[in-house]
Write a protein that binds this ligand. Structure first.
Ligand code: F6R
Length: 366
Protein backbone atom coordinates (compact mmCIF):
# COMPACT_ATOMS: atom_id res chain seq x y z
CA UNK A 1 0.00 0.00 0.00
CA UNK A 2 3.02 2.26 0.49
CA UNK A 3 4.06 1.45 -3.06
CA UNK A 4 7.55 0.36 -2.06
CA UNK A 5 8.20 3.44 0.06
CA UNK A 6 9.11 3.17 3.69
CA UNK A 7 6.46 5.67 4.80
CA UNK A 8 3.27 7.17 3.44
CA UNK A 9 4.80 10.61 3.76
CA UNK A 10 7.64 9.75 1.38
CA UNK A 11 5.25 8.05 -1.03
CA UNK A 12 3.04 11.14 -1.01
CA UNK A 13 5.98 13.49 -1.54
CA UNK A 14 6.99 11.43 -4.55
CA UNK A 15 3.43 11.33 -5.86
CA UNK A 16 3.37 15.07 -6.39
CA UNK A 17 4.21 15.17 -10.11
CA UNK A 18 1.22 12.89 -10.59
CA UNK A 19 -1.12 14.57 -8.12
CA UNK A 20 -0.42 18.01 -9.57
CA UNK A 21 -1.16 16.81 -13.09
CA UNK A 22 -4.28 14.99 -11.89
CA UNK A 23 -5.37 18.28 -10.38
CA UNK A 24 -4.97 20.08 -13.71
CA UNK A 25 -6.39 17.31 -15.88
CA UNK A 26 -9.43 18.37 -17.87
CA UNK A 27 -9.17 21.83 -16.34
CA UNK A 28 -6.10 23.39 -17.84
CA UNK A 29 -4.72 23.08 -21.35
CA UNK A 30 -2.41 25.88 -22.36
CA UNK A 31 -2.30 24.99 -26.02
CA UNK A 32 -6.07 24.95 -26.36
CA UNK A 33 -6.30 28.03 -24.17
CA UNK A 34 -8.54 26.01 -21.87
CA UNK A 35 -8.95 26.91 -18.22
CA UNK A 36 -12.14 25.73 -16.53
CA UNK A 37 -13.25 24.70 -13.09
CA UNK A 38 -16.74 23.23 -13.37
CA UNK A 39 -17.58 23.84 -9.73
CA UNK A 40 -16.92 27.55 -10.04
CA UNK A 41 -19.23 28.49 -12.87
CA UNK A 42 -22.38 29.33 -10.99
CA UNK A 43 -20.73 31.78 -8.61
CA UNK A 44 -17.87 33.01 -10.77
CA UNK A 45 -19.43 36.47 -11.12
CA UNK A 46 -19.48 36.82 -7.34
CA UNK A 47 -15.76 36.12 -7.18
CA UNK A 48 -14.95 38.37 -10.09
CA UNK A 49 -16.87 41.25 -8.54
CA UNK A 50 -15.68 40.60 -4.99
CA UNK A 51 -14.56 43.67 -3.07
CA UNK A 52 -12.43 41.46 -0.92
CA UNK A 53 -11.50 37.81 -0.61
CA UNK A 54 -11.24 36.24 2.84
CA UNK A 55 -9.31 33.01 2.98
CA UNK A 56 -9.91 30.81 6.04
CA UNK A 57 -7.90 27.71 6.87
CA UNK A 58 -5.59 26.10 9.44
CA UNK A 59 -2.03 24.78 9.37
CA UNK A 60 -0.58 23.87 6.01
CA UNK A 61 -3.80 24.86 4.28
CA UNK A 62 -3.41 28.31 5.82
CA UNK A 63 0.07 28.48 4.28
CA UNK A 64 -1.44 27.66 0.88
CA UNK A 65 -3.82 30.56 1.54
CA UNK A 66 -0.89 32.91 2.14
CA UNK A 67 0.63 32.02 -1.23
CA UNK A 68 -2.78 32.55 -2.81
CA UNK A 69 -2.97 36.00 -1.24
CA UNK A 70 0.10 37.08 -3.19
CA UNK A 71 -1.19 35.42 -6.35
CA UNK A 72 -4.72 36.86 -6.22
CA UNK A 73 -3.51 40.34 -5.38
CA UNK A 74 -0.93 40.30 -8.17
CA UNK A 75 -3.12 38.95 -10.93
CA UNK A 76 -6.71 39.78 -9.89
CA UNK A 77 -6.10 43.06 -8.04
CA UNK A 78 -8.59 42.02 -5.36
CA UNK A 79 -7.58 42.63 -1.73
CA UNK A 80 -7.12 39.38 0.15
CA UNK A 81 -7.01 38.59 3.83
CA UNK A 82 -5.85 35.23 5.08
CA UNK A 83 -7.27 34.18 8.40
CA UNK A 84 -6.64 31.40 10.86
CA UNK A 85 -10.12 29.90 11.04
CA UNK A 86 -9.83 29.66 14.84
CA UNK A 87 -9.15 33.38 15.22
CA UNK A 88 -11.60 34.54 12.60
CA UNK A 89 -14.57 32.72 14.08
CA UNK A 90 -14.15 34.10 17.58
CA UNK A 91 -13.42 37.74 16.99
CA UNK A 92 -16.68 39.04 15.58
CA UNK A 93 -15.10 39.67 12.17
CA UNK A 94 -16.38 42.29 9.75
CA UNK A 95 -17.99 40.45 6.86
CA UNK A 96 -19.61 42.63 4.26
CA UNK A 97 -21.76 42.02 1.27
CA UNK A 98 -19.30 41.76 -1.57
CA UNK A 99 -16.87 39.68 0.44
CA UNK A 100 -16.17 36.21 -0.83
CA UNK A 101 -14.73 33.53 1.41
CA UNK A 102 -12.42 30.78 0.21
CA UNK A 103 -12.05 27.92 2.70
CA UNK A 104 -9.11 25.57 2.22
CA UNK A 105 -8.99 22.14 3.85
CA UNK A 106 -7.39 18.85 2.89
CA UNK A 107 -9.63 16.70 5.10
CA UNK A 108 -12.69 18.88 4.78
CA UNK A 109 -13.37 18.08 8.43
CA UNK A 110 -11.38 20.69 10.38
CA UNK A 111 -13.72 21.93 13.09
CA UNK A 112 -12.52 25.53 13.21
CA UNK A 113 -12.60 25.92 9.43
CA UNK A 114 -16.10 24.49 9.29
CA UNK A 115 -17.29 26.84 12.04
CA UNK A 116 -15.69 29.83 10.27
CA UNK A 117 -17.62 28.89 7.14
CA UNK A 118 -20.91 28.65 9.02
CA UNK A 119 -20.28 32.05 10.59
CA UNK A 120 -19.50 33.71 7.25
CA UNK A 121 -22.50 32.03 5.68
CA UNK A 122 -24.79 33.35 8.40
CA UNK A 123 -23.63 36.87 7.47
CA UNK A 124 -24.53 36.31 3.85
CA UNK A 125 -21.09 35.64 2.36
CA UNK A 126 -20.56 33.30 -0.56
CA UNK A 127 -18.16 30.48 0.30
CA UNK A 128 -15.88 28.58 -2.07
CA UNK A 129 -14.26 25.40 -0.86
CA UNK A 130 -10.91 23.97 -1.85
CA UNK A 131 -10.98 20.46 -0.38
CA UNK A 132 -9.28 17.17 -1.05
CA UNK A 133 -11.77 14.76 0.47
CA UNK A 134 -14.82 14.43 -1.76
CA UNK A 135 -18.12 14.74 0.06
CA UNK A 136 -16.45 15.97 3.27
CA UNK A 137 -18.28 18.26 5.70
CA UNK A 138 -16.57 21.41 4.40
CA UNK A 139 -17.18 20.44 0.78
CA UNK A 140 -20.85 20.09 1.64
CA UNK A 141 -21.06 23.30 3.66
CA UNK A 142 -19.71 25.55 0.87
CA UNK A 143 -21.74 27.09 -1.97
CA UNK A 144 -19.29 26.02 -4.64
CA UNK A 145 -15.74 24.88 -4.94
CA UNK A 146 -13.10 22.81 -6.60
CA UNK A 147 -11.54 19.59 -5.40
CA UNK A 148 -7.79 19.18 -5.32
CA UNK A 149 -7.94 15.55 -6.55
CA UNK A 150 -4.63 14.73 -4.86
CA UNK A 151 -5.85 11.28 -3.80
CA UNK A 152 -5.91 10.08 -0.20
CA UNK A 153 -3.27 11.68 2.00
CA UNK A 154 -2.43 9.25 4.80
CA UNK A 155 0.72 10.75 6.31
CA UNK A 156 -0.28 13.23 9.00
CA UNK A 157 2.11 15.84 7.61
CA UNK A 158 0.42 17.42 4.63
CA UNK A 159 2.53 17.35 1.45
CA UNK A 160 0.78 16.54 -1.81
CA UNK A 161 -2.39 18.23 -0.60
CA UNK A 162 -0.45 21.50 -0.25
CA UNK A 163 0.88 21.50 -3.82
CA UNK A 164 -2.55 20.52 -5.13
CA UNK A 165 -4.17 23.34 -3.14
CA UNK A 166 -1.77 25.78 -4.76
CA UNK A 167 -2.59 24.35 -8.18
CA UNK A 168 -6.33 24.85 -7.64
CA UNK A 169 -5.95 28.29 -6.09
CA UNK A 170 -3.78 29.42 -9.01
CA UNK A 171 -6.36 28.17 -11.47
CA UNK A 172 -9.17 29.98 -9.63
CA UNK A 173 -7.14 33.19 -9.58
CA UNK A 174 -6.29 32.97 -13.28
CA UNK A 175 -9.92 32.35 -14.22
CA UNK A 176 -10.93 35.41 -12.20
CA UNK A 177 -8.09 37.50 -13.62
CA UNK A 178 -9.07 36.57 -17.16
CA UNK A 179 -12.70 37.41 -16.52
CA UNK A 180 -11.82 40.71 -14.83
CA UNK A 181 -9.30 41.64 -17.50
CA UNK A 182 -6.56 42.18 -14.92
CA UNK A 183 -4.21 39.90 -16.86
CA UNK A 184 -3.25 40.13 -20.52
CA UNK A 185 -3.96 37.14 -22.74
CA UNK A 186 -0.24 36.85 -23.33
CA UNK A 187 0.62 36.75 -19.63
CA UNK A 188 -2.17 34.28 -18.99
CA UNK A 189 -0.90 32.01 -21.73
CA UNK A 190 2.62 32.25 -20.35
CA UNK A 191 1.44 31.24 -16.87
CA UNK A 192 -0.67 28.36 -18.17
CA UNK A 193 2.32 27.03 -20.09
CA UNK A 194 4.42 27.34 -16.94
CA UNK A 195 1.75 25.60 -14.83
CA UNK A 196 1.97 22.64 -17.20
CA UNK A 197 5.72 22.39 -16.61
CA UNK A 198 5.31 22.07 -12.83
CA UNK A 199 4.93 18.27 -12.64
CA UNK A 200 8.19 17.79 -14.56
CA UNK A 201 9.94 20.38 -12.42
CA UNK A 202 8.74 18.75 -9.22
CA UNK A 203 10.03 15.47 -10.67
CA UNK A 204 13.43 17.10 -11.10
CA UNK A 205 13.32 18.47 -7.56
CA UNK A 206 12.64 14.93 -6.29
CA UNK A 207 15.94 13.82 -7.85
CA UNK A 208 17.59 15.86 -5.09
CA UNK A 209 16.48 13.27 -2.57
CA UNK A 210 19.93 11.72 -2.01
CA UNK A 211 21.62 15.08 -1.68
CA UNK A 212 18.98 16.21 0.80
CA UNK A 213 19.38 13.01 2.79
CA UNK A 214 23.08 13.75 3.23
CA UNK A 215 22.30 17.31 4.32
CA UNK A 216 19.79 15.88 6.79
CA UNK A 217 22.55 13.74 8.30
CA UNK A 218 24.55 16.92 9.00
CA UNK A 219 21.70 18.59 10.86
CA UNK A 220 19.73 15.77 12.45
CA UNK A 221 20.91 16.68 15.96
CA UNK A 222 20.15 20.38 15.69
CA UNK A 223 17.91 21.74 18.43
CA UNK A 224 16.56 24.67 16.43
CA UNK A 225 16.09 25.72 12.83
CA UNK A 226 15.16 28.99 11.17
CA UNK A 227 13.51 29.15 7.73
CA UNK A 228 13.56 32.41 5.80
CA UNK A 229 12.01 33.53 2.52
CA UNK A 230 10.47 36.59 0.93
CA UNK A 231 7.55 37.20 -1.40
CA UNK A 232 6.01 34.00 -2.71
CA UNK A 233 8.64 32.04 -0.80
CA UNK A 234 7.74 33.52 2.58
CA UNK A 235 4.83 31.11 3.14
CA UNK A 236 7.16 28.33 1.95
CA UNK A 237 9.47 29.22 4.85
CA UNK A 238 6.54 28.85 7.25
CA UNK A 239 5.60 25.55 5.69
CA UNK A 240 9.18 24.22 5.83
CA UNK A 241 9.37 25.05 9.53
CA UNK A 242 5.98 23.46 10.25
CA UNK A 243 6.96 20.25 8.44
CA UNK A 244 10.16 20.00 10.48
CA UNK A 245 8.60 20.65 13.87
CA UNK A 246 5.63 18.37 13.43
CA UNK A 247 7.52 15.25 12.39
CA UNK A 248 11.03 15.66 13.85
CA UNK A 249 10.12 17.60 17.03
CA UNK A 250 12.93 20.05 16.34
CA UNK A 251 11.95 23.59 17.20
CA UNK A 252 11.75 25.59 13.98
CA UNK A 253 10.60 29.05 13.06
CA UNK A 254 9.65 30.43 9.68
CA UNK A 255 9.96 34.14 9.12
CA UNK A 256 9.88 36.65 6.29
CA UNK A 257 13.62 37.10 5.69
CA UNK A 258 13.50 40.85 6.25
CA UNK A 259 11.83 40.45 9.64
CA UNK A 260 14.86 38.57 10.91
CA UNK A 261 16.60 41.76 11.95
CA UNK A 262 13.64 42.67 14.14
CA UNK A 263 14.33 39.87 16.58
CA UNK A 264 15.23 36.38 15.41
CA UNK A 265 18.69 37.49 14.32
CA UNK A 266 19.57 37.41 18.02
CA UNK A 267 19.26 33.61 17.87
CA UNK A 268 21.93 33.17 15.24
CA UNK A 269 25.25 31.66 16.25
CA UNK A 270 27.57 29.06 14.75
CA UNK A 271 25.17 26.28 15.65
CA UNK A 272 22.02 27.67 14.10
CA UNK A 273 20.91 26.14 10.80
CA UNK A 274 19.17 28.74 8.65
CA UNK A 275 17.30 27.53 5.59
CA UNK A 276 16.89 30.23 2.96
CA UNK A 277 14.47 29.85 0.10
CA UNK A 278 16.48 32.04 -2.24
CA UNK A 279 15.29 31.31 -5.75
CA UNK A 280 15.88 33.75 -8.55
CA UNK A 281 12.90 36.08 -8.25
CA UNK A 282 12.14 39.75 -7.71
CA UNK A 283 13.40 39.65 -4.12
CA UNK A 284 16.58 37.71 -4.91
CA UNK A 285 19.04 40.54 -4.19
CA UNK A 286 17.34 41.31 -0.91
CA UNK A 287 17.52 37.67 0.14
CA UNK A 288 21.21 37.58 -0.78
CA UNK A 289 21.86 40.40 1.67
CA UNK A 290 19.88 38.55 4.32
CA UNK A 291 22.13 35.52 3.73
CA UNK A 292 25.15 37.75 4.25
CA UNK A 293 23.70 38.98 7.53
CA UNK A 294 23.38 35.41 8.74
CA UNK A 295 26.87 34.48 7.51
CA UNK A 296 28.33 37.47 9.35
CA UNK A 297 26.96 35.91 12.55
CA UNK A 298 28.31 32.46 11.59
CA UNK A 299 24.91 30.86 11.07
CA UNK A 300 24.95 27.65 9.01
CA UNK A 301 23.20 28.46 5.75
CA UNK A 302 21.32 25.90 3.67
CA UNK A 303 19.97 27.62 0.57
CA UNK A 304 17.32 26.53 -1.92
CA UNK A 305 18.37 28.29 -5.12
CA UNK A 306 17.50 28.24 -8.81
CA UNK A 307 19.61 25.91 -10.96
CA UNK A 308 22.72 27.68 -12.20
CA UNK A 309 22.90 30.24 -9.37
CA UNK A 310 26.49 31.49 -9.28
CA UNK A 311 26.43 33.76 -6.27
CA UNK A 312 24.83 31.93 -3.37
CA UNK A 313 27.06 28.81 -3.59
CA UNK A 314 29.91 31.12 -2.56
CA UNK A 315 28.06 32.11 0.60
CA UNK A 316 26.07 29.09 1.73
CA UNK A 317 27.38 25.93 3.35
CA UNK A 318 24.85 23.80 1.44
CA UNK A 319 23.05 24.65 -1.76
CA UNK A 320 20.03 22.80 -3.17
CA UNK A 321 19.24 23.68 -6.79
CA UNK A 322 15.65 23.57 -8.03
CA UNK A 323 14.47 24.17 -11.63
CA UNK A 324 13.58 27.69 -12.66
CA UNK A 325 9.91 28.64 -12.87
CA UNK A 326 7.83 31.84 -12.76
CA UNK A 327 8.11 33.22 -9.23
CA UNK A 328 4.36 33.02 -8.61
CA UNK A 329 4.52 29.26 -9.18
CA UNK A 330 7.80 28.63 -7.38
CA UNK A 331 6.25 27.53 -4.04
CA UNK A 332 5.03 24.32 -5.70
CA UNK A 333 8.65 23.49 -6.52
CA UNK A 334 10.60 25.09 -3.68
CA UNK A 335 8.57 23.38 -0.97
CA UNK A 336 9.60 19.92 -2.21
CA UNK A 337 13.20 19.94 -0.87
CA UNK A 338 11.86 21.19 2.47
CA UNK A 339 9.41 18.29 2.67
CA UNK A 340 12.28 15.88 1.97
CA UNK A 341 14.60 17.56 4.45
CA UNK A 342 12.13 17.26 7.30
CA UNK A 343 11.30 13.69 6.29
CA UNK A 344 14.93 12.52 6.38
CA UNK A 345 15.73 14.34 9.60
CA UNK A 346 12.69 12.78 11.28
CA UNK A 347 13.61 9.28 10.05
CA UNK A 348 17.19 9.70 11.28
CA UNK A 349 15.91 10.75 14.67
CA UNK A 350 13.77 7.63 14.84
CA UNK A 351 10.48 9.53 14.79
CA UNK A 352 7.18 8.09 13.65
CA UNK A 353 6.86 10.30 10.58
CA UNK A 354 3.44 9.10 9.46
CA UNK A 355 1.88 9.46 12.87
CA UNK A 356 3.72 12.06 14.90
CA UNK A 357 2.92 12.32 18.58
CA UNK A 358 -0.02 14.50 19.61
CA UNK A 359 -1.24 15.00 16.04
CA UNK A 360 -4.30 13.73 14.20
CA UNK A 361 -4.95 13.75 10.48
CA UNK A 362 -8.28 15.54 10.88
CA UNK A 363 -8.65 18.02 13.69
CA UNK A 364 -12.35 17.62 14.33
CA UNK A 365 -12.24 19.26 17.75
CA UNK A 366 -11.64 22.96 18.21
C1 F6R B 1 0.37 20.09 8.62
C2 F6R B 1 -0.95 19.56 8.90
C3 F6R B 1 -1.95 20.42 9.59
C4 F6R B 1 -3.15 20.62 8.68
C5 F6R B 1 -4.27 21.39 9.40
C6 F6R B 1 -5.44 21.67 8.48
O1 F6R B 1 1.17 19.17 7.96
O2 F6R B 1 -1.25 18.47 8.52
O3 F6R B 1 -1.39 21.65 9.95
O4 F6R B 1 -2.74 21.29 7.54
O5 F6R B 1 -4.70 20.63 10.51
O6 F6R B 1 -6.02 20.50 8.03
P1 F6R B 1 -7.03 20.49 6.83
O7 F6R B 1 -6.31 20.96 5.62
O8 F6R B 1 -7.48 19.06 6.71
O9 F6R B 1 -8.16 21.42 7.18
Amino acid sequence: EKGGFEHFMLKEIFEQPRSISDCMRGRLDAQKGRLVLGGLREYLAKLTNADRILIVACGTSWHAGLVAEYFFEEFCRIPVEVEYASEFRYRNPVIREGDVVIAISQSGETADTLAAIELAKSKGAIIFGVCNVVGSSIARATHAGAYTHAGPEIGVASTKAFTAQLTVLNMIALIVAQKKGTITEQKLHELLVEMETIPAKVERALKLNDQIESIAAEFKDARNFIYLGRGYNFPVALEGALKLKEISYIHAEGYPAAEMKHGPIALIDEEMPVVFIATNDSSYEKVVSNIQEVRARKGRVIAIVTEGDKLIPKMAEFVIEVPSVHEALMPMVSVVPLQLLSYHIAVMRGCNVDQPRNLAKSVTVE
